[in-house]
Structure formats: structure tokens, C-alpha cells
Design a protein around this ligand. Structure first.
Ligand SMILES: *Cc1c(COP(=O)(O)O)cnc(C)c1O
Length: 495
């Protein structure tokens, strides 16, 4: 097997660095503003400064805060600055984490363990969440053995308060909502949900991973926003990512709680281990010092004025995007302006949204396809502003092209998303995506030949039949052609 090995002799460092640069050629072009989300860039000067700050604490490890008091101080001050920004009470506490997902995992874990203590009779803990909540909550539920009760969103893509209230039952250990939610950028009705959480005495997490470091400035800029932070009674925890609109280096988020009564359930302590007494606030063991130090440096270097300046630019770019998209015949913008997001969808049956998305991807735009309903999400940053006119021109062209070529909906990713809307195919997509992952992370790293996936997998076919009975028979007849299309679509994605 020609598996890669550590070279017998160390290689030339300059040559390696050059080679690494060359690996970049296939990457998304984020500096030119062609990515929406993924990279939060605040200009070259800030970027260079961040790298220096990160490098200063490149080797230090926050696993043991007693050994590195510097990191403890950075973390403590990042948490304090975040709690202040979120209008937390004096009792507010928090820890830094590696990112939004870890912050959310920690909140869910804390509430699960809190319920185990306070309501030990709950054997099947549940959380009630709107369908627009970030997928990290599903991951948390999957890891920690919690059932998700997912409530469809209401008008304007905001959480449906009545339906959420109804879904809360004796096994509910927490509820959650977003400020704003990622898919459409709207803020959920936090005040109404907070009142319910308070009256039922259930913890309420607000996921502000995305908007935590943006909404405070939009509010100051006069954008009308519903209340969403600790000023709302009933909110017991908030997550906010410094590595998004906080413009920190990657690997930095903050999970905050109204008081220690909630956060204490996040901690892990083991006293019996041969290696000694072990205490850890969050998921990892080793915690990289660089991202903690860079988060502190980013917040101090930006200051309110820096954040406000970038927020104003991003807001203007968002308005340009939303107005521009709304003017394109056949498209519409979803949800009201609550944040720096522009999510657009097709407004015309003859224009397949995913076919338009494929066209945009071909034009080099990093395109974030969403479903239920079909739409494309654009996170707008200050540095996207100069790219907005090009984006809108390309979008107009893409729509015109799809209007002239309706058959495009059967090609590329459009075909895959189109098929996913048909229920029985969802199982097949799950199955295929899992096979792709097993391939990607296999010893050879080779993605399997998708035309063979599921070929002799009677289990899949049987589970179809068991689950869908007669309906499955009809579906199976179509399966062959469906599968071929799916294979084409997945191959197109070039995993
Ligand atoms: C990005 C995001 C997360 C997850 O954060 P990661 O840093 O990607 O782990 C959670 N919630 C929302 C709303 C987000 O936008």
C-alpha cells in the first residue's frame, strides 16, 4: 500500500512552505469577497496583528490555568467583555470554547446534567427547538442522548411560540432559540419564549453564535431589533462566537450563563485517575493558547469603535444585497432584516433555485444552499461590499440562464436537492453520504464509486420496504433512474 509516511529525512522548510502555498490554488477565494460565511476578514492590518497575537501564545496550553496565568487572564477578560456586551447581570459567568459547536454542546450537557440532579425522574430528556436552530443542537442531542422535539417555524421564519409552548412536556430539560438563526438571519421571539421558560422554570439557551458580536452594534446603529440578550428575563445562557463577527482567529467562542448555578453542571472533575486529580471546564483536554490570546487581542484592538465601523459597512452591504436581489425578477429575499444576512429564494415556479445556485457556484461564488424551503444563504461582511455589484450582476445572468434552460434542474446539485424533497430518497442520501464519509476517512482516503454504493446492500432496500410498504414499491421502481441521477449529482459535488 502506498500510504504516505513520515519522510525518513526531514525536508527543506522553505520548500515545504512553498508547497503548502501551492495547495491553496483550489481553495475558495475569500480575500476577494467571493465567500459568504466561512471566513470573517477585517482587513490586512488586523489579520497581521491577529497572527502576531496568536503566535505569542502558540505553545501555551490552557488545560492547566494555574501553569499559564496569562491564558487564565485572557479567558477571564474575554468572558467578562462578552458578558458585558450581552448585558449579563453581575452574576454572569462563562468559559471560552473552540467554537460555536462546542459552546452549544456545553450548554446542552450542562442542562442535561442539571436535570439529572434536579429532576432525576426524567429518564428520557427532551429539548424543544425550532427547526431553524443550528445543526449543532442535533449533534449535541446525538452525543448526549437527548431527544429533540423540533417545532416548525412560523410566519417570517421565526420560532412559533405557541407551538413551542405546546411541545414542552414533563421531560423537557431545556428550550433554545437563536439571535439570529443562521438560515434566514431573523431573530426568534426571545421575549415571548423567555416568559414561557421562566414560568415553567426551564433553562433557555439563546444561540447567538452567529450574531452575538454583530447585533449589539446593529442596535446602536439604530436597526430595530427585538430584545434577545440577558435583558430578557428567562434567558439562562447565550453562546457567541468570537471567531465570527468578533474577528478573532479560528477556534474561539464563548459560552455564558446567567449565573454559576447553571454553569457548574458544565464542569468535569475526576479524582480517581492514576494521573492525578483532573478538572476540565469543557470538551478538550489540551486547549490551544493561541486562539484564546488572539480572541482577547482582537476584542481589545477592535474596540467598540472598530466593531461599529465594520458593522456599519456590513449593514450597508447587506442592504445593497437585499435590495439588489429583490429587484431581480423571479427571486425574493426571505425574512426581515434582523442581521447582516441576505437569504434569497425563487419566486417563480419556472426558476429552479438550486439550478441558479449551481450557476453561481460555476461563476466562482461560494454558495450556501439550504432546504425546507429551498434558498441560498449569504452572510454579509464588510469585506464583501466591493463584491456585491458583481454578485448581483452574476445572479441576474444566472436567473436568465436558468429561465432559458429549465432542464438544468435535473443536473448538478440541483438534481440531488430536487430528489431529496422526495421522502424515500432521503434515506438513500443519508446512506450515500455516510458511504462517502467512510471512504474519505478510510485508510486509502478514496471516495467509493458511487454507482456501486448500495448495489448489494439489501438492508437499505429492505428498510425501505419495511418503512414505506406499498409506497416503497412505487419508489423502488423509480429507484434505478433516481440512483443514477443521484450518483451524477454527488459526483458533481467532487467530495
Ligand atoms: C456558526 C454557528 C454555530 C456553530 O459554530 P461553529 O463555530 O461552526 O462550531 C452555531 N450556531 C449558529 C447560529 C452559527 O451561525
Amino acid at each position: 500500500m502506498d500510504r504516505v509516511q513520515i519522510p525518513a529525512q526531514g525536508e527543506d522548510k522553505e520548500a515545504l512552505l512553498e508547497q503548502m502555498q501551492s495547495f491553496r490554488s483550489g481553495d475558495a477565494d475569500w480575500k476577494a469577497g467571493k465567500t459568504w460565511s466561512l471566513v470573517y476578514y477585517a482587513g490586512q492590518e488586523h489579520y497581521d496583528f491577529l497572527k502576531k497575537a496568536h503566535n505569542l501564545f502558540f505553545s501555551e496550553n490552557a488545560l492547566n490555568p494555574m501553569a499559564f496565568k496569562s491564558l487564565k487572564q485572557f479567558e477571564s477578560e474575554v468572558v467578562q467583555m462578552t458578558c458585558s456586551m450581552l448585558h449579563g447581570p453581575d452574576t454572569a459567568v462563562g468559559t471560552m470554547t473552540s467554537g460555536g459547536t462546542e459552546s452549544i454542546l456545553m450548554a446542552v450537557k450542562a442542562y442535561r446534567d442539571r436535570a439529572r440532579k434536579k429532576k432525576p425522574w426524567i429518564l428520557r430528556p427532551e429539548m424543544v427547538i425550532p427547526s431553524t436552530l443550528h445543526v449543532a443542537f442535533y449533534k449535541a442531542a446525538h452525543y448526549f442522548g437527548i431527544k429533540t422535539k423540533v417545532v416548525p417555524f412560523g410566519d417570517d421564519y421565526r420560532a412559533d411560540v405557541k407551538a413551542m409552548k405546546k411541545a414542552i412536556g414533563p421531560n423537557t430539560i431545556m428550550i433554545a432559540a437563536s439571535a439570529p438563526q443562521y438560515p434566514h438571519g431573523v431573530i426568534d421571539p426571545i421575549e415571548e419564549l423567555g416568559a414561557i421558560a421562566k414560568s415553567k422554570n426551564i433553562p433557555f439557551h439563546v444561540d447567538a453564535c452567529f450574531g452575538g458580536f454583530m447585533l449589539p452594534w446593529l442596535e446602536k446603529l439604530g436597526v430595530p431589533l427585538p430584545a434577545w440578550d440577558y435583558r430578557v428575563p428567562g434567558v439562562t445562557s447565550i453562546s457567541a462566537d468570537v471567531h465570527k463577527y468578533g474577528y478573532a482567529a479560528k477556534g474561539a467562542s464563548v459560552i455564558t450563563y446567567r449565573d454559576m448555578e447553571y454553569m457548574k453542571h458544565q464542569f468535569f472533575v475526576e479524582t480517581k485517575w492514576c494521573g492525578g486529580v483532573y478538572a476540565s471546564p469543557s470538551m478538550p483536554g489540551t486547549r490551544p493558547g493561541g486562539s484564546i490570546a488572539a480572541a482577547w487581542a482582537a476584542m481589545r484592538a477592535m474596540g467598540e469603535d472598530g466593531y461599529m465601523g465594520l458593522a456599519a459597512e456590513a449593514l450597508e452591504a447587506t442592504r445593497m444585497m437585499r435590495e439588489g436581489v429583490a429587484k431581480i425578477e423571479g427571486l425574493k429575499v426571505l425574512g426581515q432584516l434582523n442581521s447582516t444576512v441576505c437569504t434569497w429564494a425563487s419566486d417563480d415556479e419556472s426558476i429552479d433555485l438550486y439550478a441558479v445556485a449551481d450557476q453561481m457556484a460555476e461563476k466562482g461564488w461560494n454558495t450556501d444552499r439550504q432546504q425546507n424551503p429551498a434558498c441560498v444563504h449569504c452572510t454579509v461582511n464588510a469585506h464583501n461590499k466591493s463584491a456585491v455589484p458583481d454578485y448581483l450582476a452574476d445572479l441576474q445572468e444566472a436567473v436568465d440562464h436558468v429561465r432559458a434552460h429549465p432542464e438544468l434542474k435535473n443536473e448538478g446539485e440541483a438534481a440531488m436537492y430536487g430528489l431529496m424533497a422526495k421522502v424515500p430518497v432521503k434515506g438513500l442520501v443519508q446512506h450515500s453520504v455516510r458511504k462517502v464519509m467512510e471512504g474519505m476517512y478510510s485508510p486509502s482516503g478514496e471516495v467509493p464509486d458511487l454507482s456501486k454504493v448500495g448495489e448489494d446492500d439489501d438492508d437499505v432496500v429492505m428498510s425501505f420496504i419495511n418503512k414505506y410498504g406499498d409506497k416503497a414499491m412505487g419508489a423502488l421502481e423509480k429507484l434505478e433512474s433516481t440512483k443514477n441521477k443521484l450518483v451524477g449529482a454527488l459526483n458533481f459535488r467532487k467530495w
